[in-house]
Every structure is written in C-alpha cells, then in structure tokens.
Design a protein around this ligand. Structure first.
Ligand SMILES: Cc1ncc(COP(=O)(O)O)c(C=O)c1O
Length: 398
C-alpha cells in the first residue's frame, strides 16, 4: 500500500507531464510533424559544443578516482570557487566556495534548502502564476503554500496582497524571474518593493524570512533586459540556479545554491543544506557534470534562437487576434484564453493538434502557457492550426 502523502501527490500529478505524454501519443497517431507540442520546458537548442569538448578533456586528463569519486556533500571546492568568482565578476558580489553548494538541478536545490529551513506548518509564499512543482516541494516538508495574486495588467506580484498575506509563520518566499509561466522579468521597483516589505515584516514578527530566488532562466532575457542577481536587494536571499536551460542540460541534473554571508545564520544554513544533500539521498551533485559546468561557466545558450521563436510566435498570435503578453525572458508565452474556461480552450486546441498548458497548472485560470522552446518549423507549421482555433472563437485578426 502506498503512503497517504504519495496518494495525494498522485492525485495532483503534474498536468504538464500528462500533456507531454498525450503529445507523444498524438505524434504516434498523426505523425510528429503534424502535432504542435508546446507543453514542456525542454530546451530546443543543443548544449554548446564546449560541453562535449570539456567532457572529453576531463575524462582524458583527470584522475578517474577523482572525477567519479565521492566528495564533500557540497561538491568539489575547485568547481564552487570557479562559480563564486564568475558570479563576483558578473554581479559585483563577494562569494567564496564556502557560499556555493552544488545541487541536483534547481529542483534538488529547492528541496535541500526547504529541508534546511522548514518546520511542519511553516508557510512558503509563492507569486501566482507559478511553477506548480513548488507545491510538491513544500508538501515534502509539510509546509503550507500561500499564493499571492498578480497585478493582471503586468503579471508582476500584487505587493499589497503580498504584504497582507505575510504572517508570523512565513518562512520563505519563492521568487522566479525571468518567470515560468509568464515570461515576465520583474522590474527593479517591484524587487525593491518586495525587499522593503520583507524587511519590515521581519522586524514586526521578530522572524527570519528567506527570499528564495529560483533562477533557471537568469540568462534568457530579451529586448535589452539585463541579467539580474537578487542578493543585492535583501540580505536574507538564497539563490537557486540550474544549468538545465542555460547549457541545455536538463537530463544531467546540475545546478547550485548560493547562501551569502549576510543571510541569517549563514554558516548554520550552509551546513544544514550540505547535510540535507546527504540525508535526502542526493549525497552530492553529479561529479562529472560539476566539472563540466565549471569548465563551461563562460558558455551561453543560443538566446538569439529563442528570441526569433518568441518574435515569430508573438506576432503571429497577435495578428490572429489572440491577446498575449510579450515575453521578456525565459521561453514561455502567456496568452489570455478566449474561452472563459481555459481548460475547454486547451481541449479545443487539441482538435487542431495544438498542445498548450492551462493556467490552472500554475494556479492562475483564464490563461494558457505556450512553451516556444521548439523548432522554428514547429511554430511556422502551427500557425494555420492557431488560425483555425482563432476562427472557431470568432477572433478578429489584425
Ligand atoms: C521555475 C522553475 N524552477 C525550477 C525548475 C526545475 O529545473 P531543474 O531541471 O534544474 O531541476 C524549472 C524547470 O522547468 C522551472 O521552470
């Protein structure tokens, strides 16, 4: 008999994964070229050539006992120091290897941070719409998710709602910019506003509230938006990063967590996260990939590729009469559903072999997410299908 907890998890199992499976079945039935699967955030560009080269070089040149062996639960010191120096160079920070813990992707990073800070009943705030897996991660530690509404004109957090929902039990706030699912990049003013509110609430409740910045899309920004690093706004910021998107390595499960010296109980927190890596069974991040990430720290994904997809999709959908938020970052487009029931709209879209994800998967109904990390041809070939969908809803194109 499975546990009660996993029964609940099975019941709420990821809508996105289910759609991905459905997409695969549709592809078998109708041919992959006739199905337009915009469901999953799987990178569409191959890992930079330097990744392959560095794997070969590391395997050829380094001691196999070192590259495949156990190590400190936080990862190789040389890798952590390289990451610290790279961040310092780019963002004017002052980290050492001590502040960096290598993780099994962003997902592993969030779980070890949660393990280190959460007691049952603690509250974790999230800004809707948000990556639905945060619910699962909070449930792992019996924490309660508190959802903050967006300002629907901008899809940035509604700061008044945020302030009103913070309580003495608020332990963490997750922030994700560039955002999945909206593609919005939070403005400086919003980030300063969040920091101010948190500072006041910590004093009011005599508590520590950690801001956890989940940054797998940090480098994926367009239209002159700059890569940002959030520790400068608020001392109690912990950063979670992943190479899944920036180096197109989601299956390799490699990322890191940054805990600055200024964070409350910094040393104990770092030790706690290190121990959590062990006790949750990760033990350490994949050894070869740690070394590869360090070698390829200056590499970038093909941002121009996603940018071209973004422009093509956004302009095409707007011309057909759909109402879209122009993405500023990540590789998702957030579109208003022309049907008040967005799940019905998603079902209608499937008739034309279009696979979209309903906003309810991100705790915000009335919208859909379109992941444009696909080939340019997929977008081009999908436009007639979107046209038929627009006609069905009697949208008036431009
Ligand atoms: C916002 C966000 N956080 C975390 C993750 C998990 O990333 P990783 O593959 O590094 O675990 C994803 C993956 O899509 C994501 O979109």
């Amino acid at each position: 008999m499975v546990s009660q907890k996993i029964k609940t998890a099975l019941a709420g199992s990821s809508v996105i994964r289910a759609m991905f499976t459905e997409g695969k079945e549709m592809a078998k039935k109708y041919g992959a070229e006739n199905v337009y699967d915009f469901s999953l955030g799987n990178p569409a560009t191959p890992a930079p050539e330097a990744v392959k080269e560095s794997i070969k070089k590391i395997l050829d040149e380094k001691d196999p006992m070192y590259i495949h062996g156990y190590m400190d639960n936080s990862g190789y010191e040389e890798v952590r120091e390289k990451i610290a120096q790279n961040l310092n160079k780019r963002f004017g920070t002052h980290f050492h290897f001590h502040n960096i813990i290598m993780t099994v992707g962003a997902a592993g990073g969030l779980n070890i941070v949660f393990k280190a800070i959460l007691d049952p009943g603690d509250e974790v705030m999230v800004f809707a719409p948000y990556f639905g897996e945060y619910r699962s991660y909070a449930a792992n530690f019996d924490a309660k998710i508190v959802e903050v509404n967006p300002d629907t004109a901008t899809f940035e957090p509604d700061l008044a709602d945020f302030e009103a929902k913070i309580t003495a039990k608020t332990k963490a706030v997750i922030i994700n910019t560039p955002n999945n699912p909206t593609g919005v990049v939070y403005k400086d003013k919003t980030l300063k506003g969040i920091a101010e509110i948190l500072k006041q609430k910590q004093v009011e409740y005599h508590t520590d509230i950690y801001l956890i910045s989940d940054e797998p899309y940090r480098e994926l920004v367009y239209d002159g938006n700059k890569e940002n690093f959030l520790t400068k706004y608020y001392e109690n910021t912990i950063v979670g990063y992943s190479f899944s998107k920036s180096l197109s390595l989601p299956g390799e499960r490699i990322g890191y967590v940054v805990v600055p010296e200024e964070a409350s109980d910094s040393d104990m927190l770092i030790s706690g996260i290190n121990v959590a890596n062990r006790t949750l069974g990760f033990v350490n991040a994949p050894s070869l990939m740690q070394l590869v990430a360090a070698e390829c720290i200056e590499e970038k994904t093909d941002v121009a590729y996603y940018d071209a997809n973004r422009t093509l999709l956004y302009q095409s959908l707007e011309q057909l009469g759909f109402c879209c938020f122009k993405p500023e970052g990540a590789f998702y487009l957030w579109m208003k559903s022309p049907d008040e029931d967005e799940s019905r709209f998603v079902e209608q879209a499937k008739k034309y072999h279009l696979i979209l994800v309903p906003g309810s998967a991100f705790a915000w109904k009335g919208y859909v997410r379109i992941a444009y990390c696909v080939s340019k041809e997929t977008i081009e070939h999908s436009i007639p299908a979107f046209r038929k969908l627009a006609e069905e809803y009697r949208l008036t194109g431009k």
